[in-house]
Every structure is written in structure tokens, then in C-alpha cells.
Design a protein around this ligand. Sequence first.
Ligand code: MN
Length: 370
Amino acid sequence: MAMERDGERIARLLARAEEKGLDYVLFLDPENIHYLCGGVIDYSAAYLDVGEGRIVAIANVMEAERIPKVTWVDDIIVYYRDRYDGPLESVKAENLYDAVGKVLDGGKIGVPYGFISKKEFDLLSEKLEGLIDFSEDLWRARMIKSRREIALLREAARIVDEGIKWASERLDRGLSEYSLMVESKCYMLRRGADKTLDFLIVASGPNSAYPHWRCSDRVPRPGDAVTLDYVASYNGYFGDETRTFFVGMAETALKRIYEVVLEAQVEAIEKAGPGVKAKEVDEVARRIIERNGYGKYFTHSTGHGIGLNVHEPPRLSSKSEYTLEPGMVVTIEPGIYVEGLGGVRIEDMVLITEDGCEVLTSLSKAIEII
Ligand SMILES: [Mn+2]
């Protein structure tokens, strides 16, 4: 069909499925359907026939005609309740789960349990035997990005770069956190994003002391630290970047915090590379922040994998058991948050390469007073 499949990505998934002895890999959630098919299909399922390497959509009637235009699936099986007169192979079914049960003829079926609800699992189990959890194996495949996925992540990084830059130039114009957020969303959508998160973080002054502040009617004022944490995706692949700016002037205490966070972030990036444990990267950032006396104010992990989901394995935390490998894309984002004073976080997206890493986001990290 029209789109050419990402062979590198599918080969990686197939290898995991073969290793597990599966006959099929079945997805019901939008991100994994996107991963397998190259695009999103609503109210549908998609599976990989491991023996034949074929990708098949079990599609709601409503989606049947759109699928060839937005995916690389090899086959489409339409499921319908009452009637279907189209040219495609079809199956009469009560619902999607019933349809999946009728299409897949037994065998070992890998489903990532981590992506479906208990209710979906129950509905599926009624119709199918031989379900096996495929969550961890799937993440092992998804953690390593193909060349095509990396190109999309680069675009996403470019968009969040542009969004943060755009907003940072407007911090002293009397716009509220909320207005900045709404305008930034529109701007990133105009610059090529296909979506942004429902909320972006625009945290000014005392609000910057909350790592996951959203936004409010507060207008940034002189002396404020303002943290912009922006997330937007390009063709489903997410960009995630954070910078903290100062309005008018930077107080000494906040400047000091900024320098410590910057050192921790730069050193953590320096550490990141193939064969390095994810927790070692966290350790580097944490040690620098602790050594400077801010240990208790760094309350989250150092970073996370990113792709079709904003937060994916490998997590860069003290508990992480993952080792970094070429092709992984992770964020590195230490921060310090002091209630009543404010906070600073600096976040970049980093691609692990054969001999180290490459930073995909490109905004300056020098302290900037707007
Ligand atoms: Mn992040």
C-alpha cells in the first residue's frame, strides 16, 4: 500500500516476538497501533503475524477507507455489527474484542498488558486463549529508535525549541502564565506539531517551586524565575524540553540554584553514553546537587525515555535497571525547587550514539534575563 513500512522498527519488534515464541502480537492502544502500523487507527486493533511478518488491521467500518492512506498495514479486516458491503475482507462481530477473537485462530498471542485496562483484558480473555504479557519485550523493542523514528524525534525537538524560544521572548509583556501557554500551543501547532500535551508548564515566581505546576492567571514580574516545560509531538513522536528564565533580574539565591542545576545537567549529559547504566546518569546529577546542599530539593528522577509516549522506559532514576544503548532517546532534566523562593529545571532530549550522545534540543543554557 501507499506508505512504506519502517522495516528497521518492525524487524526489531519481530525479533522480540520470535524470541518469545509468539504467533501474534496484538495491540489495542493508539500508541502501539501507531508503532506497528505507522499511523493511528481509531476503534480498531492491529496485529503482527509473526510467522509471515504481515501487519493486519482489524478495523472499525468507519476507519476502513482511511487506513491505507495513513498506515503501512498489509491487510485490513473490517468488523461490522449489522452490514458491510465494501470490497474488503470482513467479519461480523458484536464488538472489537469479539472481532479479534474471530480473526485470530488461537496460538500464542502477545499483548502488552501494561497498555490495556482490566476491563479490556477481561473482554479479550473471554474471546481468546493463549494471551501472554508482552509489555517488557515491547519496551525493549520500542526503547531503541529506528532511523526514521529518530528523524521524527529531531523534528519534535525542533518544535519544542521554537515554542520555548517564542514564549521566552514574551515573558516581560504582561501576559499571564495561562495566556503564554495557550499562545505557545498555537505557535507550536503552526510550526508543525500534530499535538501538544493538554497542559504545558508555565511556572512563574513562587509557582516555579512546584515541579509540575501547570499554569495560572499570574503574570510574571521582575525577579521571577519562569520555568517553561514544553511537550509537543511530530507525527506522534514527542519532544520534551525545559528552560528556566529570569525576568528583569535574577536574585542571588536563584542564580546560585541555576548554576548548580546547569552543572548537574551538563555533567549528566557528559556521562550518558552506550553501556552506561541509567542509574549512573541519575547518580551524577544527584551527587552534584547534593554536594551543593540542595539534595532534598531535587525530588524527581533525572530523566526518562521518550518516543510515542512522553514518558517511556528507560527511566533515569536511582532504581532503574536499564543500561543505555545506541538508538535510545532520553531526557536529562535535573531541577531544584525551594518552596517560597522558586525553582529551576533544565531539560534536553539526548540521543545515545555509538560513542557517546547527541543533544537533540538546541536552546542555549546560559542564564538568561529577559
Ligand atoms: Mn520530561
